[in-house]
Design a protein around this ligand. Structure first.
Ligand code: KG4
Ligand code: ZN
Length: 361
């Protein structure tokens, strides 16, 4: 079958965004995302509320995605859906819908790993735009609300973890810092916006520097919290008067700590280009720093379009299209999984140590 005739419906519901997309080959025909405002007043995602909101959103979102793509459901070739990692209650809504929909239409089902989809998001083409794509193998920094991973992408579905965080993800570091500053959830985009007006060198915050390719962001929150608490004692308006500089400085600390290990992998793999993916890859400071590193080390940098950085179903459908080509279909028996280790080849940093020990012994 020709690439042009393959239409994949993607469904994403791993956290607090209900999304549906239709791709024709690698071209995005529609990518509809319904966010969930219900979590804002809690300062973070409430799992039970998220799954309830997915139930309300899923049918209208799929309906709009099909209409925007100007596709009838009978034209679909397969349904791709996020099977994990994520919140189980949320995943169950998307996966149950996808299974029933594919079963009803008599078309194949494609289960997709959310992290692999983030990594492969750079292979999706926006309408009427075909951007350059990296050649395998290449390096990738995947930074989201749940993960911070340095990867070597050998092939579409063969990704090796070179490093990652041992505690908080980079997105969590942004969100926690934003919460301390009294900014709404999710705080990453707010910090990014404010940082553009601020001085990144006004305040300095140390991020733990671990050996090897490991990150740790949990200490940053505590030191930032104590710093702000002490300053507020002297001047209750401290945050308000210095908001842009605080945002720029905390962003600088997070971006620089990410950059240190990116430098290391660029030196270690001198012939590989590099890509960025995940929600935090929308960050302007991170994008600029990655561009500087790529230029310094004479590599090409591949960035996802901004609409493909945070959770979206276009990346799920893209991954589905790649699996469809390999005829790698799944069954309705497949159950969602909450954590990365349950069902992918990607390893976490503690596993890297175990691997290294077992290889050396
Ligand atoms: O990939 P994503 O949508 O969800 C997960 O799979 O986790 O990432 C969400 C994370 C949140 O922590 C959010 O604050 C962060 O990405 N984020 C940003 C920006 N846009 C989203 N962080 C920094 N700057 C941004 N512009
Ligand atoms: Zn995500």
């Amino acid at each position: 079958m020709k690439k042009e005739q393959i239409y994949i419906l993607g469904i994403e519901s791993s956290c607090d965004d209900t999304s549906a997309a239709v791709l024709q080959g690698t071209s995005i025909l529609s990518n509809v995302i319904a966010g969930q405002r219900v979590h804002a007043e809690y300062g973070g995602v409430v799992p039970e509320l998220a799954s309830r909101a997915h139930q309300q959103n899923i049918i209208p979102v799929v309906d709009v995605a099909l209409k925007k793509a100007a596709i009838r459901k009978e034209q679909l070739s397969a349904v791709a859906y996020t099977n994990g990692p994520g919140l189980l209650g949320s995943l169950l809504v998307g996966s149950s819908f996808a299974k029933a929909f594919a079963f009803g239409l008599g078309i194949p089902l494609l289960e997709i790993d959310h992290l692999q989809a983030h990594v492969l998001s750079i292979f999706a083409d926006l309408p009427h735009v075909s951007t350059p794509k990296p050649s395998f193998p290449y390096l990738c920094l995947t930074v989201s609300g749940g993960h911070t991973l340095l990867l070597k992408v050998n092939d579409s579905f063969d990704m090796e973890t070179l490093g990652g965080t041992i505690d908080d993800a980079a997105g969590e570091a942004f969100d926690k810092a934003a919460k301390i500053l009294g900014l709404p959830y999710p705080g990453g985009p707010e910090i990014d916006r404010l940082a553009q007006e601020g001085n990144p060198h006004r305040f300095s915050f140390a991020v733990a520097r671990l050996p090897g390719l490991k990150y740790s962001f949990s200490g940053l929150k505590t030191s930032f919290l104590y710093f702000i608490r002490d300053k507020i004692k002297e001047n209750p308006s401290f945050i308000k008067q210095n908001l842009a500089d605080l945002a720029a400085s905390i962003q600088h600390a997070i971006v620089m700590s990410l950059a240190v290990k990116v430098k290391e992998i660029l030196q270690k793999y001198p012939d590989m280009d590099i890509a960025l993916s995940g929600g935090v890859s929308a960050n302007q400071g991170l994008r600029q720093t990655m561009q500087q590193l790529a230029t310094q080390y004479h590599r090409k940098l591949f960035l996802p379009a901004l609409s493909l950085t945070t959770d979206n179903a276009a990346m799920i459908a893209l991954c589905g299209y790649l699996k469809y080509q390999k005829q790698d279909f799944s069954t309705i028996q497949s159950s969602p999984y909450a954590s990365t280790r349950a069902n992918t080849r990607m390893l976490m940093p503690e596993d890297i140590d175990k691997e290294a020990t077992s290889k050396n012994s």
